[in-house]
Design a protein around this ligand. Sequence first.
Ligand code: NAD
Length: 428
Amino acid sequence: MSVNNAYEIAQQEFDHVADMLDLDEEARTFLRDPKKEYHVRIPVRMDDGSLKIFDGYRVQHNDALGPNKGGLRFAANETLDTVRMLAMKMTWKCSVANIPLGGGKGGVVVDPRDLSVGERERLVRAYVRALFPAFGPRNDVPAPDMGTNAQDMCWFMDEYSMLGGRYIPGVVTGKPVGGGGSLGRNEATGLGVIICVREAMKQLGIDSTKTTAAIQGFGNVAQYAAIHFIKMLGGKVKCVSCWNRDEKKSFTFLKEDGIDPYFLMSITDAYGTVSNEKAAEAGYQVLDGGEWIKQDVDVLIPAALEKQITGENVGFISKNVKILAEAANGPTTLEADAALRERGMFVIPDFLCNAGGVTCSYFEEVQNDQNYYWSVEEVLQKLDYKMSTAFNSVYEMSVEKKAYMRDAAYMVSIKRVADAMRFRGWIK
Ligand code: NAD
């Protein structure tokens, strides 16, 4: 069996925690593979009059806790195994966040940059028609993900509502505010990361006002993580980094006495590139993209993309780093994770750390369901409660079982799903 396949790696991680939990055979067999999988071939009339058939997937890993939840991706290299792996991870993410949803994921094999707006709309609508019975607020609720956006969700919701014969906004989340979306969604993931860091500092006895952080990335998650590290914790963010489109490499923007995220946002272009010249003029050191990980800070926050902390650079992490908050999905390779585990690093694992986004999506569904919308203060207050409770249940498990935080998070989430399956009579 190849261990390079992301789905097989996810299954191995599951086996490892199932052993630690002493999970029975019935629960293991159920959870190791998805409950339902769909593969559809989607015909779309292209602008030049030709007919193109796209492969589309939807995987529903497990819905013991509630309707499946997970993004819809448009990616040229999409495979069924990638979708399976991501659907399984959604089950664990919803469960660890303690929201009553299961895990799902969808994908279409397409490079969205190859589509005109009209072709894109026809593809989204055709995907919905091909899989109509699979979706619904009580079945499976997609969201924007890699290669898809809020407009795609609006087309999705419209097509689904037309086929259903009534307005059904809760079939997807990530809709714009005013189109059924929730206030607070933009900042939910970054804020959720910092709520986890705040709770970790409380448990570890760290005075947050004296702390510093280094952040990789300066997109949606990283920007709000930086803002709230400063605003909520009273700490300093020493650096952030970003991908520079023109130079085709990444840069780190560092200021010893703390960066100003609003200033850096004001010199970031529409494609997410921070201006090196304007940053330097304002007194920032503009360093190589890899420098963020070498900083002598209390908290490291990878918030850009996957596989950024590797066997090669894990040794650069300062001995003074006390918390690694995995804001991005899968930022740490297995090799780097083994080194961090060995060294006793306090890791807030990705599916707990960035669960603020899916938690706010759940709030969107709840608001759609009741057709009554909350103020931003109400959304963020509820988010704070859910994220701090989620963090603390994992922390308590890690103390009780003397487990690494990543293992403890898996243990909490797998146990909740297995218990729900038992309550429902799916397993003994
Ligand atoms: P984004 O596209 O808004 O930002 C990504 C950032 O990473 C950009 O600033 C980009 O310049 C930077 N970047 C890209 N390559 C880089 C490199 N080599 N070095 C340094 N910086 C680099 O994305 P986002 O929404 O902020 O998501 C970031 C991560 O968080 C992803 O892993 C995503 O899957 C995960 N995540 C996001 C959400 C959410 O609600 N947005 C929710 C859960 C998980």
